[in-house]
Design a protein around this ligand. Structure first.
Ligand code: FES
Ligand code: FES
Length: 161
């Protein structure tokens, strides 16, 4: 298949990729750009491990072609930190022990951030609904919900150290 030239904006940086037009966004991010924080789990849009944000909204990057993301702002887990300082939601996950093996964490955090972008003060039910597309096999979800709630309540807003 003939390759296409694609321009993607990931974490504020422009990338030119010469790739197969059927390349999934998750493949472009991990295999072509080299940002491996985004995980690839099921490839069937079920687990949420591959979640990134496109224009601030959560998207499972195994569900879209890289070409479909051209002209958008893509944010991966690597793009949440600011000059080496963790984003509030990242710090909250650490403080609340909201991960064990950690495989789900990048996607879970991106879904959480997208939820907070849209709804800065979610109820517990809205938090659970916001992450329902992300599967965690380890934590039982309660620590994740507590971390998101603490971020929403402003506990980590100022603290990026
Ligand atoms: S790898 Fe995309 S949802 Fe599982
Ligand atoms: S921490 Fe292991 S899958 Fe969530």
């Amino acid at each position: 298949m003939e390759k296409i030239l694609l321009q993607l904006n990931v974490n504020g940086q422009g990338y030119e990729l010469y790739i197969n037009p059927k390349t999934l966004l998750v493949e472009a991010i991990r295999d072509h750009i080299g940002l491996t924080g985004t995980k690839r789990g099921c490839d069937t849009v079920s687990c949420g491990a591959c979640t990134v944000m496109i224009d601030g909204m959560s998207v499972k990057s195994c569900s879209v072609l890289a070409a479909q993301a051209e002209g958008t702002r893509i944010t991966t887990i690597e793009g949440l930190e600011d000059n080496g300082k963790l984003a509030p939601i990242q710090k909250a996950f650490i403080d609340h022990g909201a991960y064990q093996c950690g495989f789900c964490a990048p996607g879970m955090i991106m879904s959480a951030q997208a939820l907070l972008n849209e709804n800065p003060d979610p109820t517990e039910w809205e938090i659970r609904e916001g992450i329902e597309g992300n599967i965690c096999r380890c934590t039982g979800y309660n620590s994740i919900v507590r971390a998101i709630n603490a971020t929403a309540k402003g506990k980590y807003t100022e603290d990026r150290s």
